[in-house]
Write a protein that binds this ligand. Structure first.
Ligand SMILES: Cc1cc2nc3c(=O)[nH]c(=O)nc-3n(C[C@H](O)[C@H](O)[C@H](O)COP(=O)(O)OP(=O)(O)OC[C@H]3O[C@@H](n4cnc5c(N)ncnc54)[C@H](O)[C@@H]3O)c2cc1C
Ligand code: FES
Length: 260
């Protein structure tokens, strides 16, 4: 897919809790043009005027509203770069490289799909859910967080499909990890799509492998260029070493050399 470097304008920056915020961007030029993006793809944002954030930061496409010409990024404050992004205000300009990487596989019409997200890992699942709904497939979302405050964009997810929740402290939904949710004992899905912390993805991958269910995960390897040039995001796979920024970030678990 053709990649673009766009100067997008911030039209909204909303804190969803103490550490997560939703950045809403628009293209102020070219009649608001935004390129087509696949669910699971990411963008590389440039954080200017800081010696410690020289490298762009990879952030998943959270949502694309083609009618309004909006690109949403759901961000967790981790360090200097994301902290600076959290300070952006409406009218500020953000240089963004997009769309990068590959996307989740679209299921067949008759397939059932479970989208599993943990923490800020829910980010790519909203856009995926929207495209599934457009295709006439109602997804089930299984969303996990440490506590109720950590559950992000729930109202949006609920508009797209069935939403199941786990929190580690039991403050919302079932208590425990996503992999302990009762749905996994009672229902079979044809396909799983997963994004979140590595231990969570490993546990879901283990479950999927045991049942022989197709399962794709979104890797968050450290990235610098995002374009397959610096080799800092290499992942070992059955096809050899590949750049997660180009061949991924979405991988079928059967292609990874994970011990599951
Ligand atoms: C494909 C992909 C999609 C991502 N999507 C999202 C998203 O939608 N929302 C979100 O909040 N975060 C996302 N991340 C993680 C996000 O890129 C990092 O949290 C961010 O780069 C941290 O930058 P920082 O300057 O705030 O922190 P730093 O001070 O640079 O580092 C803090 C921590 O963040 C991690 N980190 C730093 N740089 C990177 C990097 N280039 N790639 C991955 N991890 C890094 C490191 O583990 C480090 O411990 C994604 C990462 C990848 C690879
Ligand atoms: S981030 Fe540079 S090769 Fe993947």
């Amino acid at each position: 897919m053709k990649k673009f470097e766009l100067e997008l304008v911030v039209v909204g920056n909303v804190f969803l809790n103490a550490t997560h915020f939703l950045l809403i961007l628009r293209n102020p030029k070219d009649d608001g043009y935004l390129p087509d993006m696949l669910p699971g793809q990411f963008v590389q944002v440039l954080i200017e005027n800081s010696p410690t954030t020289f490298l762009r930061r990879p952030i998943s496409v959270n949502f694309v509203d083609k009618k309004r010409g909006e690109l949403w990024l759901l961000v967790q404050i981790k360090g200097e770069g994301t902290q600076r992004l959290s300070n952006l205000e409406p009218g500020d300009i953000l240089n963004v490289l997009l769309p990068l990487g590959n996307g989740f596989t679209m299921p067949q019409q008759e397939e059932s799909i479970l989208l599993v997200g943990g923490g800020v890992g829910v980010a790519p699942l909203l856009f995926f859910g929207m495209l599934l709904k457009e295709k006439g497939i109602e997804p089930t979302f299984l969303l996990g967080a440490r506590d109720k405050e950590g559950l992000l964009e729930l109202d949006y997810f609920k508009k797209l499909g069935r939403v199941l929740i786990t929190t580690e402290d039991g403050s919302e939904g079932e208590k425990g990890f996503v992999t302990q949710h009762s749905i996994l004992k009672h229902e079979r899905f044809d396909r799983l799509a997963v994004c979140g912390p590595k231990p969570m993805m490993l546990a879901v991958a283990h479950y999927a492998k045991a049942l022989g269910v197709d399962c794709e995960v979104s890797l968050e390897n450290l990235m610098a260029c995002g374009l397959g040039a610096c080799l800092c995001c290499v992942e070992k796979t059955v096809k050899g070493n590949v750049c997660a920024c180009q061949e991924g970030p979405i991988f079928h678990i059967n292609d990874l050399l994970w011990q599951i």
